[in-house]
Design a protein around this ligand. Structure first.
Ligand code: AMP
Ligand code: MG
Length: 325
């Protein structure tokens, strides 16, 4: 669904008056505020229940505006911006003075991205400034990929929801630290490692998933209500049926190679064959199994190539230990 111009005008008005706008991007829906308004930015953290030390991404309308938001743009960052913007790549660079410390969790670096979604583009161009936005969900839970997900999760806590249909990519952006000469991946996402390496003409490092970057951040993230358990691909069916027999309401992600199998569990998601479709559907599948009343989700990790790297990263985090309350 395409947002109408009156919706864009309304969203701009909300941003200008310090409000929060949920906006569609090609990755997931964001919870946006005027990046230069520290009070509005602080509200994002309150609404999400996100620790203030956890930095946000500043969304801008085009690569030509990058120099307004950062101190310097190293040649490698320029190359990556030229190749992948607009698109699901976030560059971490040295913070320019326009960016308040509230948006960077107190860091002297800032994460910047140009989203590739017509509604986000229309909003950024009509607004003229930067929109800082994390995913439009409560901290730690599954990211929203439709406007309905946002409404269900945040309700009245967001002042206006721009509806731009379902997100095409479905997982968050790839975050690259581009402050130095040798870039590294901080979080795998919509731009694949292979695509980055083809442009950089050298290998790029990816952190191990267990690495927790931000102080106070819990290992569990992107998590549905149901507990997520990772098992080897050949054990998915047996483990799922066993857990169901033991009294759990089990949901299972069934790989395409097993779609013929009849699995005696509460709910089955038949995974699509392509990793792009898997990434697009991932968060919706997790939400669906929650809605169907599952308390346990059994899944195996995909091969960590292409978008499989980002999917595996999100599933590992979803399966991470939960905070005890
Ligand atoms: P989210 O918007 O919730 O998908 O998360 C934004 C991600 O960007 C988080 O994983 C942050 O740790 C990361 N991030 C944002 N700014 C920076 C920064 N200056 N340095 C390193 N990571 C950042
Ligand atoms: Mg998020």
């Amino acid at each position: 669904m395409m947002a109408r111009t009156p919706d864009i005008e309304k969203a701009v008005e909300v941003l200008r008056t310090g409000g929060l706008v949920a906006l569609p991007t090609e990755t997931v829906y964001g919870l946006g505020a005027n990046a230069e308004d520290p009070v509005a930015v602080a509200r994002i953290f309150r609404v999400k229940g996100r620790p203030p030390s956890h930095p946000l991404i500043v969304h801008i309308g085009g690569a030509e505006h990058l120099d307004d938001w950062v101190q310097e743009v190293p040649a490698t960052a320029r190359l990556l911006a030229e190749h992948f913007w607009p698109g699901p790549l976030t560059l971490v660079l040295r913070r320019g003075r326009r960016v308040p410390l509230e948006a960077t969790g107190g860091l002297e670096t800032v994460a910047v991205r140009v989203p590739d979604h017509p509604v986000a583009q229309a909003l950024l161009s009509a607004f003229g400034g930067g929109v800082t936005a994390p995913s439009a969900n409560r901290f730690g839970s599954v990211s929203p990929t439709t406007a309905d997900h946002v409404r269900a999760e945040l309700g009245d806590a967001v002042d206006f929801v721009l509806d731009g249909g379902s997100c095409e990519v479905g997982v968050e952006s790839t975050i690259v630290d581009a402050t130095g000469d040798i870039p590294s991946i901080l979080r795998p996402g919509g731009v694949t490692r292979e695509d980055l390496e083809a442009v950089l003409k050298c290998p790029i490092t990816v952190p191990s998933t267990s690495q927790v970057r931000v102080p106070g951040q819990h290992p569990s993230h992107y998590a549905p209500r149901a507990r997520v358990v990772l098992v080897e691909p050949e054990k998915v069916v047996a483990e799922a049926e066993l857990a169901q027999e033991l009294g759990h309401q089990v949901g299972v992600f069934l790989p395409p190679s097993l779609t013929d199998a009849s699995v005696k569990v509460h709910a089955v998601v038949a995974l699509p064959a392509s990793t792009a479709a898997y990434a697009r559907g991932l968060y919706g599948f997790l939400r669906e199994l929650d809605q169907r009343g599952c308390d346990l989700i059994i899944v195996s990790l995909p091969t960590e190539e292409g978008l499989g790297l980002a999917i595996a990263n999100r599933l590992r985090r979803a399966a991470g230990p939960r905070p005890t309350v």
